[in-house]
Design a protein around this ligand. Structure first.
Ligand SMILES: C[S@@+](CC[C@H](N)C(=O)[O-])C[C@H]1O[C@@H](n2cnc3c(N)ncnc32)[C@H](O)[C@@H]1O
Length: 243
């Protein structure tokens, strides 16, 4: 069953704030880590790269130096933001569960946007989309924030200042039912614009949570040859080659 929760405000009315919440410069190491995995898992050096759920284009701002990139996201506002940062990349509105571009890429990358797949069915659909768009001999990398085994409830905060405005946020990760496949992340954003009073907005995100074995089974069932590697930030990354 598709998820029924309303889409996060961060990707709708607040999309223009995304780079102040999550700055492109902070993605350099992660993007380089993903790039190496994609190259190692490919039978020949990859040139074209499809990113599903590319968001503000933060990873792409580093990866585009190495690949010809096509960036797909559900949110037109996030694509606008990414287009301003990455004008040399192709940008397309699309849902990673159902996208069909009728062309293949040397490699496919899915970063934290995969967290919005909240059921096994949705995760399978996204993996199938990646598989269908990956050429034979190509590679796909999936980088979920967490899997069931390494989930912990936590609270973090952050934010940045921009031209005439700034954001600070607190982020509360919580799993109210460890027997289902979701957990929630509640954000309180403090938005400052010029000298106007700070505005407070609550945002609710529902993320998917799956056992490593479920991930591996889905990837195998789809036709990928998957491997799991630990990244330097304590996460598990699924690295797949397509035979
Ligand atoms: C945290 S942002 C991704 C940021 C990205 N890692 C970057 O480098 O900027 C998550 C994105 O997932 C997108 N998203 C959520 N569900 C999606 C779906 N079914 N298909 C495509 N994109 C989706 C949202 O619109 C949002 O832009």
């Amino acid at each position: 069953m598709p998820s029924v929760s309303s889409p996060p405000k961060l990707y709708g009315e607040l999309a223009s704030w995304f780079h102040l919440l999550s700055a492109p410069a902070d993605y350099a190491e992660e993007a380089e880590f993903a790039r190496n995995l994609l190259v190692q898992a490919s039978s020949t050096p990859p040139r074209t790269l499809l990113e599903l759920g590319s968001g503000g284009g933060n990873n792409a701002s580093h990866l585009k130096v190495h690949f010809q990139m096509t960036l797909v996201d559900l949110s037109p506002g996030m694509l606008d933001l990414s287009r301003a940062l990455n004008p040399e990349c192709e940008h397309l509105v699309g849902d990673m569960r159902s996208l069909r571009l009728d062309r293949v890429f040397d490699a496919v990358f899915v970063h934290d946007a995969i967290m919005y797949m909240t059921t096994e069915d949705e995760l399978r659909q996204a993996v199938e989309t990646a598989f269908i768009h990956c050429k034979a001999g190509g590679a796909a990398v999936f980088m979920p924030d967490v899997v069931r085994e390494n989930f912990v409830s936590l609270t973090t905060h952050g934010g940045h200042d921009g031209e005439g405005r700034g954001i600070r946020y607190i982020e509360w990760t919580f799993d109210s039912d460890p027997s289902d496949t979701t957990y929630t992340v509640d954000f309180a954003y403090l938005l400052r614009e010029g000298n106007r009073p700070v505005r407070v907005v609550h945002d609710h995100h529902v993320f998917g949570l799956f056992l490593k074995e479920v991930w591996l089974q889905l990837l195998q069932d789809t036709g990928f040859n998957p491997n799991v590697v630990a990244d330097p930030w304590g996460r598990l990354v699924f690295v797949c080659s397509r035979g």
